[in-house]
Design a protein. Structure first.
Length: 303
């Protein structure tokens, strides 16, 4: 840390053109900065400043180090601003993108609580059945229901959700046998979402079986899909809590295969410090998930 601060000192001395002016900025005697620069030169074994009684200029290496000191100073300034922002109440507009299937069945209560807590905030939510470019399209946060690998984005994992394959006994009694996920090709499918063709991955210990299905009907509301299933219209992948809450719906696991689980995460444009409105949204979503364990198969602990 001392070495980084010495680079900051060097940058200010070079920027101001004298020890006296730089010292006035820091509120210390010029001799203090002179000793720091001399100590830096001794550690590095090189000269970073050419000094005369009237002039001071950096050597080629000193100029390079001063540029690095400028970057260190910017990082320190950013950190100070972040601390100051943290003490302010969130205000302004929060733009959120969320997958269409969970927009109506998951996010509403959390957003309502956010608006109650922060009266100076406005929220704009866009439900999309695609992966949105949150940076290019100007979103503050995205709620994603998938496993994420983009290290350039900020990712906060909230929970793990395992959907279930749902059916009704009235449908199963008259439908073709369902002994393996591959048999779904011979069944009536109700799609949860917007896509007219879907890939459903199933797992059984180390085995993974992915089947392609073409729904006879699709809907973006999990309760509506569950009602169609309950009435015998076909099978569907829906959240476990929706299946358990719907009469006449049963969970099917052909040959012990279960639908593959996925993460529910909040994604921000950068892994670095976020604005107060974004941090407040993340904290609220963590609280919401922790309080609604009935909706999730596992809650990811705060890191």
């Amino acid at each position: 840390m001392a070495e980084l601060l010495d680079l900051v000192v060097l940058h200010r001395v070079v920027e101001r053109g004298s020890f006296a002016k730089a010292a006035a900025d820091f509120g210390v005697p010029p001799s203090t900065l002179s000793r720091k620069v001399a100590a830096l030169e001794k550690r590095l074994g090189v000269r970073v400043l050419e000094r005369t009684t009237r002039h001071l200029r950096p050597t080629e290496l000193g100029e390079m180090l001063a540029e690095r000191g400028a970057r260190v100073r910017k990082e320190l300034d950013d950190a100070e601003r972040a601390v100051a922002d943290h003490q302010r109440a969130p205000r302004g507009l929060l733009r959120v993108t969320v997958p269409t299937p969970i927009a109506s069945d998951f996010l509403g209560p959390a957003i309502a609580d956010y608006l109650r807590r922060y009266p100076d905030m406005r929220v704009e939510i866009q439900a999309e059945d695609r992966v949105v470019d949150i940076i290019g399209e100007g979103f503050d946060v995205a709620v994603r229901a998938t496993t994420l690998t983009d290290s350039q984005l900020g990712v906060v994992r909230l929970a793990i959700v395992a959907p279930v394959l749902a059916a009704s006994t009235k449908y199963l009694d008259r439908a073709a046998p369902l002994r393996h996920p591959r048999d779904l090709a011979n069944h009536s499918i109700i799609g949860f979402g917007r896509r007219r063709r879907m890939s459903w991955p199933f797992v059984k210990r180390e085995l993974v079986e992915t089947v392609e299905v073409t729904p006879r009907a699709i809907a973006t509301s999990a309760p509506l899909v569950a009602q169609l299933v309950a009435e015998g219209a076909g099978l569907s992948l829906i959240p476990r809590f929706t299946a358990l809450a719907t009469p006449n719906v049963t969970i099917v696991e052909p040959s012990g295969f279960k639908p593959q689980s996925f993460d529910v995460s909040i994604v921000t444009p950068s892994a670095r410090l976020a604005a107060p409105k974004v941090r407040a949204f993340i904290d609220l979503m963590r609280d919401y998930v922790a309080a609604r364990t009935d909706l999730f198969d596992a809650v990811v602990p705060r890191g």
